[in-house]
Design a protein around this ligand. Structure first.
Ligand code: A2P
Length: 273
C-alpha cells in the first residue's frame, strides 16, 4: 500500500471528484480512497481510467480502496454491493475493501452477525481476486474482537479518524498488534486545524505548511494519511512531506493540541446512520 493516500470524502460526484483524482494521480499519488457512501465512485473510476489511458502507469501500480455502506451489511447484500462498486468504478478488482462502520443503525440489534456475514462475503470475493485486501473502518476494540470470533481471514486494515489532538494511540496499537495497517482519515481535521496558532508556529519552524506538518505527523506514527482536497495546488502541497522530519517533542505537542475546532471521532455505536 502506498504510504500516502488521497481522500475523496466530500468531493462531489462529477467534475469535482473527477478533476481532483486526475490531478492527484498526475501529481504522483498512487493510492485513492473512496467509498460507496461518498457517492463519487463513478467519477473516481473515470479519473482512474483516463489516467491509465495516458499510459505512464499500469493498473497494478495503483491502489484503489472503496467501502461497504451501512445499508448493505449481511451476506447477500455485501456480495451485491461489491459487484455494484466494481461496476461504478469500472474496475475488475479493488486493492482494498472495507466495512465502513461496524454498527449501522439498520442492523443495530444484530450488528455482530451482520458484520460476520459481510465479512464472509468479503473473504469469498478476496479469494476470487475481486478484492486484493479486506479490512475495517471505524472499528473499535470491541467490534474487532467480535469479528475475529468468526473471521477465517484476519482483517488487514483499520481505517480510523486520526488528526492533531486525536492521535487514537490505543486503538492504533490494538489494530496494529492484530496485524492491521492503520489508515488515518481527516488528517487535517476536515479543515478544522488551520486556525490553530500553535500548529502554525510549529509549521513555520520547519518551513512547511500546516497541512504538510499534519500529514507528516500521521506518517511518522506509521499511520497512512488520507488527506482530501479538490484544489490542485493543495493536492500538490499535501504530497510534499518526504523532505523533513518532526522531532519527538513536536510529535507529542501535535498529539496533545487542545481547543481545536475539530469534532471528536464519532462513537460507532451511537451514530445515527
Ligand atoms: P479543499 O478540498 O477545498 O482543498 P481532511 O483531509 O482532514 O478531511 O481535510 C480536508 C479539508 O481541508 C478540505 O476542506 C480541504 O479543502 C482542506 N485542505 C486540504 N488541503 C489543504 C491545504 N493544503 N491547505 C488548506 N486547506 C486544505
Amino acid at each position: 500500500m502506498p504510504c500516502l493516500g488521497f481522500g475523496t470524502w466530500q468531493s462531489l460526484d462529477g467534475d469535482e471528484a473527477y478533476n481532483a483524482v486526475l490531478s492527484a494521480l498526475r501529481l504522483g499519488y498512487r493510492h485513492i480512497d473512496t467509498a460507496t457512501a461518498y457517492g463519487n465512485e463513478k467519477s473516481v473510476g473515470r479519473a482512474v481510467a483516463d489516467f491509465l489511458k495516458e499510459g505512464s502507469v499500469k493498473r497494478s501500480e495503483l491502489f484503489i480502496t472503496t467501502k461497504l455502506w451501512n445499508e448493505e451489511h449481511g451476506y447477500e447484500n455485501t456480495q451485491k454491493a461489491i459487484v455494484r462498486s466494481l461496476e461504478k468504478l469500472g474496475l475488475d478488482y479493488v486493492d482494498l475493501y472495507l466495512i465502513h462502520w461496524p454498527n449501522p443503525l439498520k442492523f443495530r440489534s444484530w450488528w455482530q452477525k451482520a458484520n460476520a456475514e459481510s465479512w464472509k462475503a468479503m473473504e469469498e470475493a478476496y479469494e476470487a481476486g475481486k478484492l486484493k485486501a479486506i479490512g475495517l473502518s471505524n472499528f473499535c476494540e470491541r467490534h474487532i474482537d467480535e469479528l475475529l470470533k468468526t473471521a477465517k481471514i484476519k482483517p488487514m486494515v483499520n481505517q480510523i479518524k486520526v488528526c492533531p489532538g486525536q492521535p487514537q494511540t490505543e486503538l492504533a496499537s490494538y489494530s496494529r498488534n492484530l496485524g492491521m495497517v492503520v489508515e488515518g482519515y481527516s488528517p487535517l481535521g476536515t479543515g478544522g486545524i488551520f486556525k490553530n496558532e500553535e500548529i502554525r508556529q510549529i509549521a513555520e519552524k520547519y518551513g512547511h505548511t500546516i497541512a504538510q506538518v499534519c500529514i507528516r505527523w500521521s506518517l511518522q506514527q506509521n499511520i497512512v494519511p488520507l488527506p482530501k482536497s479538490v484544489n490542485p495546488e493543495r493536492i500538490e502541497e499535501n504530497s510534499k512531506i518526504f523532505d523533513f522530519e518532526l522531532s519527538v517533542e513536536d510529535m507529542n505537542r501535535i498529539a496533545n493540541l487542545k481547543n481545536l475546532e475539530i469534532k471528536p471521532a464519532r462513537n460507532p455505536d451511537e451514530a445515527e446512520f
